[in-house]
Design a protein around this ligand. Sequence first.
Ligand code: GLA
Ligand code: ZN
Length: 656
Amino acid sequence: MIHDILWHGADYNPDQWLERPDILEKDVELMKKAGVSVVSLGIFAWATLEPEEGKYNLDWMEETIERLHAAGVKVDLATPSGARPAWMARKYPEVLRVNADRTKQLFGGRHNHCYTSPVYREKVKQMDQLLARRFGRHPSVILWHISNEFGGDCHCELCQEAFRGWLQKKYGTIAALNRAWNTKFWSHEYPDFSYVESPCPHGENELHGLKLDWKRFVSHQTTDFMKWERDCIREIVPDAKVCVNMMNRFDGIDYFDMAREIDLASWDAYPLWHRPDQTLEEVALDTAMMHDLMYSVKGKPFWLMENTPSFTNWQPMSKVKKPGMNIFSGLQAVAHGSDGVLYFQFRQSRGSSEKFHGAIVSHDCREDNRTFVETAQLGKILRQISSVAGEHKEKQAAIIHDWSSKWAMEDSQGPRNCGLGYWEEVMRHYNALSRLGIGVDFVNGDSDLSGYKLVIAPMLYMLPEAFAAKLRAYVQAGGTLVMTYWSGVADETDLVWLGDAPHGLVDVLGVRRCEIDGMYDGETRRCIAVGRGMPASAQGSVLCEVAALEGASPLMIYNEDFFIGSPAVSVNSFGKGKAYYLATRFEEGFYKPFYKTVTDGLLTPAWAGELPEGVLAVRRGRFTFLQNASEKPAEVDGVEIMPYGTVIYDGKKRIL
Ligand code: GLA
Ligand code: ZN
């Protein structure tokens, strides 16, 4: 069901409008006109569902679901655990979070509950099962929206105990933990597990192993809480489908782990379209990268769960989406594997912090409002191209994105404390491949690499033995690997590997890291080509590694500083495959010609010919999308594509 059509919808919060039955009636009428086929219902409705402890009021929700049902609008039913009623916080303070500095939060806000608290889990169970019993088998309820935007951590005593238990299970003995965390440093050894406390600003904050494991624990505990909710629902409705809404570049949860436990990945996208300091194409690529990550966490179509049909109100500027942009951004999500385009939210709130956030229906309540009109147009288009739904993407290139590696790398002191720019690095590879029309997935150490012709390891700081072996086998069997500087540095507990680096791959790459020099912001080192298919020159920045060739052929070399002549780009043949090594971060212009050389004859781009600047081609199964991410009309093969325009082909047949 969730992949049968291209869904179109929004968060729907009728609990804010119960005193206006006229508006509630009007809502479904407007939904039909806007081509809304699904709504995420009641995400923050707990206080209306249970105004007093044990006193439930679900009738309004039943009425809502029936009204939607009559209009043919399906329901993605939310569990309301993202925020709680005031009575609960007062009666059971343990449901509230404790901050890293050990202060306890007061009632207020949202997304601020303890994931460990047995009381909160019990309350959530009662509520979720009540909803499941009453609505779980309703023909309109096709999906469950578990909580909202999971994130953050809690440092309460219950969480501390759970953390210690998690560590004990992981390490077995305190000696093993002390070894793994290198606690001899500054005499920080733990006599036993009871001494372990989560990291805090006025206590332990230097043990990188502790900080890394805390992040892993928080990710685990959050997923565990999500599983609790999922299983409460499935106890009543065994075949219930569940999703969570994830966030842009969110760092706090390993989404690969969480996604394994859900049926549908989805995310909330709020790109800064029309910002003056970036081209439209750059913003589009930034957004596309996250769509591709969301496709990748399950390796199948996802939903764009939230985006704004017009503007946000929490970003520096409430910039309106210009005419055409809402359609462009919705279709972009579809091109990258989404089977849904949903918004926050259906009707604009009258009060509180989101009253000036855009919505399908604005304060003017008018159907001829431009946002409404364009949203309805997109609804029509999504119906028209619904055959795209469920279509998978071909495996082409994969970029390794490993949450643990990023956590460890960014927590370390040195080699560049003013910022490593991890996402900047990832984007250079992603953008170049996308501009060439090559499809990109994201993978981690657990992923199956077979089927990918090209694997890229940008700043893969943490490289456990097994992952190094997997990469070696991948190249051996004929794969092409591109690895960058600051890879293969540490093991899975963030202990630096001894011996030649990148760990376990020196013979695969044919280079060995000797030194690494930090570059101040703006500082660069010129590199020049010495091999075929490289740009004549390019500037290196951020970190410059000095590497020794151990069998690889240099393609670019440094042309200044004491490391003049040492390899900046090299390639090595290993087994049936090839391994490239980039010893520095190059200027953006380097990557497209580099990847053109790397992918030539290896991968087939989404579009065979040259594309005008700003036109992006994406392939999703048998469909090809061309989008004009520029402010100028463009022509491709005699077809004119207006700015923000989209052309879609089903095979050779144009369907939009
Ligand atoms: C997030 C939340 C929504 C809403 C929007 C506003 O994505 O999930 O509840 O607050 O932001 O942009
Ligand atoms: Zn807690």
